[in-house]
Write a protein that binds this ligand. Structure first.
Ligand SMILES: Nc1ncnc2c1ncn2[C@@H]1O[C@H](COP(=O)(O)OP(=O)(O)OP(=O)(O)O)[C@@H](O)[C@H]1O
Ligand SMILES: Nc1nc2c(ncn2[C@@H]2O[C@H](COP(=O)(O)O)[C@@H](O)[C@H]2O)c(=O)[nH]1
Length: 403
């Protein structure tokens, strides 16, 4: 940012009063066409999350909408700014640095679709995340081809670089499988309800059971600054391909059908009936996987080491020795905004002004939140937020420090 006029900082505080609504445990109101969104401000101590109401000014009705996504936890005070007429940015004060930016989607494509299908007023929360995440990797292939073995090798060699998307399944755990590590083992009714509530990125009936990837499973990996790996069947890969998640799709083939059968039998985890079912399904999967349209890469897992080297090569990992996680979300580097602050939107930049009484608590007085490169959004996270502090002096602004 270049030099600002001398009065800039003072003007900012005054303008803020007319623009965005700041609060201390109180409510913010944001107008979007004929609706006013009332966010937070409940006096009810038992409410641990920020609640939303809508005043429909055309009818005078106060509506409590269906709220999708994880709600942000209550905070001492927040500010609200309307972005692109379809989402409201919430800047929480006095919250941990990784929890201070949230987006309430009020008229995005996702919200419009949900409003239509649920036939009710809908809003959706999405947590704001700084920086980018690398594209997830979807690995598919018939049962027994060696997907899990290859993924385990990758995670062992690069533990801080990759994270596994833990799927939900209705199948029973195998002897050494742990709940929450290999799968979230669940009842069909519970999983069906979660699917209905929009919590899944994809799901499919596979070999007689229900399997699915929750949105949370993918997001928690990205939040850790790691690249997410999904081990899912071809139906699931097709659904992810059609979703908004940008990923790399890899299909693993066996060297022959006989070898696939041998591996499945020697693994010794399925009954004869289940093996037969998996082999029948493998025929269709091999056809679909190799027919084009879904997968970016096809690898033949004949010799395990050779296939693993090919996998590393296509992921650009050749010659890379163990890495540390990306530091884009490293909490220690981030700022803790004070409870009382005010905000002003100028184009795609939100200026966050920490008020004088709180200045000594905040390391800087003025912050800039750049929202020009937002990606994703509900039902997942909103990424691409960029926050930096601006050094302020009595007569201007000097330089910026990336956070
Ligand atoms: N290249 C290979 N050569 C020989 N055996 C292999 C090879 N790759 C994997 N295996 C073995 O084949 C069996 C099946 O592998 P794995 O469990 O990784 O398959 P999968 O594709 O993950 O199966 P599923 O989809 O059922 O989970 C395992 O016993 C594994 O040790
Ligand atoms: N569509 C999805 N398929 C999944 C998911 N998790 C696993 N799978 C696939 O199921 C079969 C069988 O797995 P197993 O552990 O019972 O051997 C295999 O092809 C997996 O790739 C998921 O979340 N969605």
């Amino acid at each position: 940012m270049g030099e600002a006029p001398a009065l800039f900082v003072d003007l900012l505080s005054e303008y803020t009063n007319g623009f965005a609504l700041k609060s201390k445990g109180s409510q913010t109101t944001t107008i979007v066409s004929d609706k006013t969104y009332l966010i937070g401000g409940t006096d009810n101590e038992s409410t641990s999350t920020i609640e939303v109401q809508i005043l429909d000014r055309s009818t005078g009705q106060l509506i409590v909408p269906k709220v999708l996504g994880t709600k942000p936890k209550q905070c001492k005070g927040h500010s609200a700014v309307l972005l692109n007429e379809d989402r409201i940015l919430i800047v929480k004060g006095g919250s941990s640095p990784d929890d201070c930016t949230w987006l309430l989607e009020v008229d995005t494509k996702f919200v419009r679709q949900q409003r239509e299908s649920l036939e009710t007023e809908v809003v959706a929360w999405s947590k704001g995340i700084r920086g980018e995440a690398e594209k997830p990797i979807v690995i598919s292939g018939p049962s027994g081809v060696g997907k899990g073995t290859l993924i385990a090798k990758l995670m062992k060699e690069f533990p801080s670089m990759f994270g596994f998307s833990v799927s939900h399944t209705t199948r029973a755990p195998r002897e050494k499988e742990k709940d929450g590590v290999h799968y979230h083992f669940t009842d069909r009714s519970v999983m069906e309800k979660a699917i209905k509530d929009g919590k899944f990125l994809e799901f499919a009936a596979v070999h007689g059971n229900l399997y699915g990837t929750s949105i949370e499973a993918v997001e928690v990996v990205a939040d850790e600054g790691k690249r997410c790996i999904l081990d899912i069947d071809v139906q699931g890969a097709r659904s992810v391909r059609a979703s908004t998640l940008e990923a790399i799709f890899i299909f693993i083939c066996p060297p022959s059908f006989d070898e696939l059968e041998k591996r499945l039998r020697e693994r010794g985890t399925e009954t004869e009936e289940q093996i037969q079912k998996r082999l029948r399904n493998a025929k269709a999967e091999l056809e679909q996987g190799q027919s084009g349209g879904i997968f970016d890469h096809i690898l033949v897992n004949d010799d395990l080491e050779a296939c693993y080297e090919s996998l590393k090569k296509l992921l650009g990992l050749e010659g890379i020795v163990r890495t540390t996680p990306k530091s884009s979300n490293a909490v220690s580097e981030l700022v803790d905004l004070p409870a009382v602050h005010s905000v002003l939107k100028i184009d795609q930049k939100i200026l966050i002004n920490c008020r004088p009484a709180e200045v000594e608590k905040a390391s800087k007085q003025l912050f800039v939140l750049d929202v020009s490169a937002l990606k994703g959004g509900a039902p997942g996270r909103t990424r691409g937020l960029n926050l930096y502090a601006v050094n302020t002096f009595a007569n201007g602004i000097d330089g910026k420090k990336q956070l």
